[in-house]
Design a binder for this molecule. Structure first.
Ligand SMILES: *[C@@H]1O[C@H](CO)[C@@H](O)[C@H](O)[C@H]1NC(C)=O
Ligand SMILES: *[C@@H]1O[C@H](CO)[C@@H](O)[C@H](O)[C@H]1NC(C)=O
Ligand SMILES: *[C@@H]1O[C@H](CO)[C@@H](O)[C@H](O)[C@H]1NC(C)=O
Length: 417
């Protein structure tokens, strides 16, 4: 009977079962039973409305969970007890599985992130953020402000006044994150902003070490721009909101503020601040330094002391950071590999500029060996990392060219020759 099947199948598929065969002569009994059930249900519903409103789970689909019971375990009992409670829920599931021999409830979604194929897609949360939540109330009402930008400073407590001045140049639209290389954290609470900042304290590590471990692109996904700054930058002539307006307008995916003439040292012409212009994308270097005017250090280039990444650029750059090359030397010359065309999307912002004070800070955390100053050892390591990074990059590019059958000599990168 069509009528019968029409009712029965939707009900059974709702319960996750199918294929049960019921003979037509049972139809009448089924209809009567259903009617009685519905009528009885109606009576029950009418008599005990309070009971029904309390049960807001569809009870036929999920096992009934006594929340009072579980809550008691969470609040004071051992993990073992909690585990056995959850296990008993699992046991309920097995019974219902056995009663409706069907594999339909098994989930396998190949388009899910790798490793999460067993989950229904809509539960998957593959990205995160640094937004602070309350531990009570409605989760949807926790956040009054969702900053769109992130700024990180790698700091020691000695530089607190400088950092305090710098943080004030970043509005409430920024999440502030401090990486403490000297292990001092609570002392920063003298500053009001410190209470809403994210503090990561791991002793004697470098900016790129922290970045690789705590700024995974999936973790910082909501932030449109990420500022990764050193602690020795003078910010008197800098405003972060204005800076973002400029990089947005000029389409800069990787940038830094221009360095004022008062800066302690200049390594490159490219990063020197210019007057009468908002941004610049290229420069002239000493004779013979730039074989190609579109390539570093004449263009497609910023340094690593005050770098600003767009979300997309960071997604690429994070993958290029090596776990063991903690100083990031050489990275500045390779940043261009992450954006295309790099000589248009990498630039220096002149209208918002900073002073590089050149304080040797983390450098002093190096080990004292053979009576040499500790910063010498750090310096040496930096240079070693620079050539190791170059070697790895050219080996990787060679491997790629070989894999697609391109002749090795044609595409040799020339920026480190
Ligand atoms: C739920 O668990 C609590 C504590 O174990 C118990 O007192 C209560 O009777 C249970 N309620 C139901 C409806 O089973
Ligand atoms: C559920 O039922 C299917 C089909 O009968 C069976 O293969 C599977 O092992 C069962 N799963 C569990 C957890 O018992
Ligand atoms: C923060 O962002 C909002 C929205 O883009 C903007 O209206 C506001 O002016 C920003 N705050 C500051 C201090 O610029």
């Amino acid at each position: 009977m069509v009528f019968y099947e029409f009712i029965w199948y939707p009900i059974m598929s709702l319960l996750g079962c199918s294929g049960n065969v019921i003979k037509p002569n049972e139809t009448m009994r089924f209809i009567v039973t259903t009617f009685t059930g519905v009528f009885f249900g109606f009576l029950l519903g009418a008599s005990f409305p309070v009971l029904l409103t309390k049960m807001n789970l569809p009870s036929s689909l999920l096992p009934y969970i006594n929340l009072t019971h579980i809550e008691g375990k969470y609040l004071g009992l051992s993990p073992q007890t909690l585990f056995s409670t959850l296990n008993s829920l699992e046991a309920n599931k097995v019974v219902s599985n056995a009663s409706c021999k069907s594999e339909k409830t098994k989930i396998w979604v190949p388009t899910n992130p790798r490793g999460a194929e067993r989950l229904p897609s809509r539960i998957i949360t593959s990205e995160s953020d640094f937004y602070l939540h309350r531990s009570w109330g409605q989760p949807s009402e926790d956040l009054t402000n969702k900053p769109k930008y992130l700024v990180t400073f790698t700091v020691g407590y000695n530089q607190k006044n400088n950092i305090n001045a710098a943080v004030k140049k970043f509005s409430e639209n920024f999440t502030i994150m401090l990486f403490h290389y000297d292990g001092v954290t609570t002392e920063w609470n003298e500053f009001e902003w410190s209470k809403r900042a994210i503090h990561v304290s791991v002793r004697k590590q470098t900016k790129w070490w922290y970045a690789k471990r705590f700024l995974h692109p999936h973790i910082v996904a909501p932030y449109e721009y990420i500022f990764m700054w050193d602690e020795d930058l003078g910010v008197e002539n800098f405003d972060a909101e204005e800076y973002i307006k400029l990089v947005r307008r000029h389409g800069l995916e990787i940038s830094q503020p221009g360095l004022d003439a008062n800066s302690a040292t200049f390594s490159w012409e490219m990063t020197r601040k210019r007057d009468n212009t908002e941004v610049h994308r290229d420069s002239e270097e000493k004779h013979g330094w730039c074989t190609n005017p579109h390539l570093p250090p004449c263009a497609s280039f910023v340094e690593i002391m005050a770098t600003v990444f767009s979300r997309d650029a960071w997604l690429c750059v994070w993958h290029m950071i090596q776990n063991d090359l903690v100083h990031g030397w050489g990275l500045d010359f390779a940043l261009r590999k992450c954006v295309d065309p790099s000589h248009e999307k990498i630039g220096v912002v002149d209208a918002q500029w900073i002073v590089h004070q050149g304080v040797r800070t983390l450098g002093n955390q190096g080990r004292l060996e053979d009576g040499r100053a500790s910063w010498e050892g750090v310096r040496e390591r930096c240079k070693k990392e620079w050539s190791m990074f170059q070697n790895r990059m050219s080996a990787a590019e060679k491997a790629y060219r070989d894999s697609i059958g391109l002749s090795p000599s044609k595409l040799m990168p020339h920026w480190w020759i």
